[in-house]
Design a protein around this ligand. Structure first.
Ligand code: FVH
Length: 291
C-alpha cells in the first residue's frame, strides 16, 4: 500500500544533504521535525515551518517515520543505539552512506529492536535533490519502500533492489567506483596536456563528449562478460591495447603514470596468463582475482 497523504517525519542530521532532504519534505507539506547534533543548523528550516527537536530522542518521538542522514555508520549507531527502545515500532530509513556489510548490520540491529528498516544510497549531490537526474537506491523492507515511495520520490527517482539491506549500498559503491576511476582518467588526461599549454577547461570540453561517446561500449563489454567468452570476434585484443605507448607518452610529458599504469597492470596480468588475443573486457578477471 502506498500513501500520498502528508506523513509526520523526523530527520536526524542536518548536514549539506540532510538539510536539503528535510527541506524537500517540508515544501511538499510533510510535517517535518529536525534534529542536528550541533545547534543552529535547523534555524532556516524552522523559519520555513519545521519543528526543531532539542534531542534525537525528542525527534524520534515526534514521528513514526525517521530519516537518518548522518556522517557514517559509526555516527548512526552513536545517535540511534541509545534510542533503540523508543524506535521500536517506528520506521527507519537510513540514507547515510554505509558499506553493504554495515547496512546489513544496521538492518539486523533494527530487526532486533523491532524497527522497520530501509537502507538508502543517494546518487546525487545536495543541489540535485528533487531535480531531474537525482536518484536514490533502496533495499531492506519492501513494505517500507512501498508505503513511503511517494514521499521518497520527492528526492529523486527511487529504485528498490530487494530485502537484502546491503544491496542499495552495493550498487551505490559500484557506481561510485566507476565514477571515481573515470574522474581520475579525465584528470590524468588534463595533467598530460597541461605542459603543452592546454587548460583543464579546454581539455574538459573535449573529454566530455569523448567519454560520453565511449560509454556506448559498456553494453558490448557487458555482453562479453555475461557471455563468458572473451575471445569473440571483432574485438580489439589486449596485446593491441597493452597501453605501452600511452604510458610512454605520459612519461614524456613528465607526469605521473599511476592512473594509466593501474589499467596497464590489469591488462598485463591477462596477457601473461595467455589471454593476449582476447578482448579488453577480459581485464575483469584481473579485478575478480586480486593479487
Ligand atoms: N553531500 C553529498 O554530496 C553526498 C552525496 C551522496 C550521499 N552522501 C552521504 O550523505 C550523508 C550525509 O552527508 P552530508 O553531505 O550531509 O554530510 P555533512 O555535511 O558532513 O553532515 C554530516 C552530518 O552528520 C552529523 N554527525 C556527524 N557525526 C555525528 C555524530 N557522531 N553524532 C551525531 N551527528 C553526527 C553532522 O552533525 P554536526 O557535525 O553538524 O553536529 C551533520 O549533521 C553521508 O553519509 C554522505 O556520505 C552525501
Amino acid at each position: 500500500m502506498t500513501t500520498n497523504t502528508s506523513t509526520p517525519v523526523s530527520v536526524l542530521g542536518l548536514g549539506a544533504m540532510g538539510s536539503v532532504l528535510a527541506d524537500t519534505l517540508l515544501r511538499a507539506g510533510h510535517p517535518t521535525t529536525v534534529w542536528n547534533r550541533t545547534a543552529g543548523k535547523a534555524d532556516d528550516l524552522v523559519a520555513r515551518g519545521a519543528a526543531s527537536a532539542a534531542t534525537a530522542g525528542e525527534a524520534v518521538r515526534s514521528g513514526r517515520l525517521v530519516i537518518a542522514c548522518l556522517l557514517d555508520h559509526a555516527s548512526v549507531h552513536e545517535v540511534l543505539d541509545p534510542l533503540a527502545a523508543e524506535l521500536a515500532g517506528h520506521t527507519l530509513i537510513n540514507v547515510t552512506t554505509t558499506t553493504p556489510e554495515q547496512s546489513r548490520e544496521l538492518a539486523a540491529w533494527a530487526a532486533e529492536a523491532g524497527i522497520d528498516y530501509l537502507d538508502g544510497g543517494i546518487m546525487a549531490v545536495p543541489e540535485m535533490i528533487g531535480k531531474p537526474g537525482a536518484s536514490v537506491l533502496y533495499s531492506g523492507s519492501a513494505a517500507v519502500f512501498q508505503r513511503h515511495q511517494p514521499l521518497l520520490e520527492l528526492w529523486g527517482d527511487s529504485t528498490y533492489f530487494g530485502e537484502d539491506a546491503g544491496l542499495a549500498s552495493l550498487y551505490d559503491f559500484a557506481l561510485l567506483a566507476g565514477m571515481y576511476v573515470m574522474f581520475a582518467g579525465f584528470l590524468h588526461g588534463a595533467a598530460m596536456v597541461a605542459p603543452a599549454g592546454v587548460s583543464a577547461g579546454r581539455f574538459a570540453t573535449m573529454a566530455a563528449p569523448w567519454l560520453t561517446a565511449m560509454t556506448g561500449a559498456f553494453a558490448g563489454f557487458a555482453e562479453v562478460v555475461d557471455g563468458g567468452d572473451y575471445a569473440v570476434e571483432g574485438q580489439q585484443s589486449l596485446e593491441f591495447s597493452s597501453l605501452d605507448d600511452l604510458v610512454r607518452a605520459t612519461e614524456e610529458q613528465g607526469v605521473g603514470t599511476e592512473v594509466i599504469s593501474m589499467v596497464q597492470k590489469l591488462i598485463r596480468r591477462q596477457i601473461d596468463a595467455g589471454h593476449g588475443k582476447e578482448g579488453f573486457a577480459r581485464i575483469i578477471e584481473s579485478i575478480r582475482q586480486p593479487v
